[in-house]
Each structure stands twice: as C-alpha cells, then as structure tokens.
Design a protein around this ligand. Structure first.
Ligand code: BG6
Length: 297
C-alpha cells in the first residue's frame, strides 16, 4: 500500500523506493515529514504540537487567507496571524494517482475552524494535491470562489521549513536583484548581495520573482534544496536566530535555528481577488538539482 491513514494523518510511500515517503497531518493538511531516499528534508520542532491544539511548528504549514496580520482589510484583519488554514482540520479526499502516489485534501467554511470562520465569513473552497515523486515533492493548491455574488480576496503561502546542517555555512541563491520588504527593518529595498547569508535574524519578503527563477539552498557549494514555484511570485526567507527562537514556546531545541531555514513561496505582496465562480491555482516543487546560478536580467 503506497497510501495509509489512521484518521489523523496520511502517509505516502513511493512504490519504487520505500525510503521515499511523506507524512501529512489532517490538521492544517500540514506536511510534517518528507524523506527523500531515507533522508529527512524538512525541519520539525521537537515541541511542535501535532494534536490540533495549535499550528504545527515545522514541516509545511499552509497560510490562507492572510499572510501575517492584515492592516488594510477589515474582515481579514480579524483573523489571527497567517489565517485559518493551518488551524483547521482538512478533509482527506483520498488517493488520485498510484504512481507517483498522489493524494488530495479539501477545506471549505463548513469544516474549517468555526471560531475563525465566524471572524471572516467568506465562502471558499480549497483543494490541496500532494504528489510524492521518486526525487521530488509537489504541493499544489487550487482556490475556488463558490459565491454567486461576493469576491474572494486572499493571500496564499507554503510556509516551508527546510532542514539544513548548519545555518552559518548555508546560503540562498538566485534572489540577487530582487525587490524585498525587510520585515525587521520595515523597509523596501533591492537585494544587492550575491546570495542571502545568515548571521542574525532574517525576515525578508521577496517580491515579483519570475517563475523561471529557481531558489536554491546551498551548503559549502553543494545545493541541498531546490525550489520551483508556479504562480507564486513572492518568497519569504526567514530564520528566527537566537532571541526569536527563545520567544517561541513550541520551538525546540532552542538551538534549532541552526538546523532550519524557511523559504516560503507565496502570493503575499498583494491580495488575489477572485470574482464569483473563479478559481486560482499554484504549486511549490521541492527537489535536488545541480547548482544553477541564474544571472539577473
Ligand atoms: C514567517 C514570517 O513567514 O513566519 C515571520 O515572515 C513569522 O514574521 C514567521 O515570525 C512565523 O510565524 P508564526 O505565526 O508561525 O510564529
């Protein structure tokens, strides 16, 4: 069986290589583990809550309908940081393909966290498709506006926590020349650094990155993660470093920031607006590749 479920989580194992597998919690439809040829690719806090009491600290939480806290939209502004998808139990729709093993999860206001849908009474329908390749993990989202009369306004983001060996000798490439909003400095500027390095807390929201631009996480000249995006023009690069890690109760061990790096593809710079009946889709593809340093246009 390449797909098994115990009612609270779903595990996919690749039929041609049993050491490649992915685990998805129904809560938040959060990917909590992805092993590629036996090697874990995602970081998960040792104190992460996996019982539905709070969003998972690690793996791939899903951010919808708002990234951060909204300051401009009244209804979205009532929702907690990063919205309601990561705090809702999704419906497991089942397996849609046997090889590569592919499954789907769905979320709509009827089954989402009722405390939160009360705050944001919009209609929406989400379908998440997770495909486990021999050498990749693809997470795809389709957002539909089922309303007959109202527009649907939202952000989307895959809050991907990548596992790394050592933050101090790791960099992120192919973002040079991109405009970004620095959430710590609260300033917008163009990144002039050839690569993004980490020696302190970083919370950077890169904007309008073309689909063709792959983002790579490189350690000592070796690309350890490659990330392709479709329809996700923005990317957050986040490492909490020492003090912020201490301030998060579910972040353990406190030195965990050395072993993780969030690269989060999304559509967060502005809101996507769907007219009644319209839909929107996007995906993130994680895989290993050779070093691809891309020149800026
Ligand atoms: C990142 C944000 O996406 O998520 C950071 O850019 C934030 O500002 C981080 O601190 C973690 O957020 P949370 O809500 O999971 O603690």
């Amino acid at each position: 069986m390449s797909v098994t479920t115990d009612g609270s989580k779903v595990v996919l194992t690749h039929p041609d290589d049993k050491t490649s597998c992915v685990t998805i919690l129904n809560y938040g439809a959060t990917v909590t583990s992805w092993k590629l040829k036996g090697q874990e690719q995602l970081w998960l806090s040792e104190a992460a809550k996996l019982d539905g009491s709070k969003p998972v600290r690690g793996g791939i939480p899903l951010v919808f309908p708002i990234f951060g806290k909204s300051k401009t939209d009244d209804a979205l502004g009532k929702l907690p940081q990063h919205g309601l998808a990561r705090n809702s139990t999704w419906e497991f729709l089942g397996q849609t393909k046997s090889n590569p093993p592919t499954v789907q999860f769905a979320l709509s206001p009827e089954i989402a966290n009722q405390e939160l849908t009360k705050l944001w009474p919009s209609d929406f329908s989400l379908v998440l498709t997770i495909e486990l390749g021999l050498d990749f993990l693809k997470t795809a989202i389709e957002v539909n506006n089922p309303s007959k009369t109202e527009e649907l306004k939202f952000n989307w983001l895959f809050h991907t926590y990548l596992k790394i060996e050592d933050i101090e000798d790791t960099f992120v490439s192919n973002l040079v020349g991109m405009k970004l909003y620095d959430q710590l400095l609260q300033e917008t500027y163009v990144d002039k650094h050839p690569v993004v390095t980490f020696h302190e807390e970083k919370d950077l929201v890169y904007k309008n990155i073309a689909d063709e631009r792959v983002i790579q996480v490189v350690r000592r000249g070796e690309p350890v993660h490659t990330l392709k995006r479709h329809n996700l023009p923005d990317a957050v690069v986040w490492n909490p470093w020492i003090n912020k890690s201490k301030s998060m109760a579910d972040f353990e061990p406190k030195t965990g920031y050395e072993k993780m790096l969030c690269v989060e593809p999304g559509h967060v710079h502005d809101l996507i607006t769907l007219a009644p009946g319209e839909s929107w889709d996007a995906y993130q593809l994680l895989y290993r590749d050779e070093l691809k340093y891309q020149a800026i246009e």
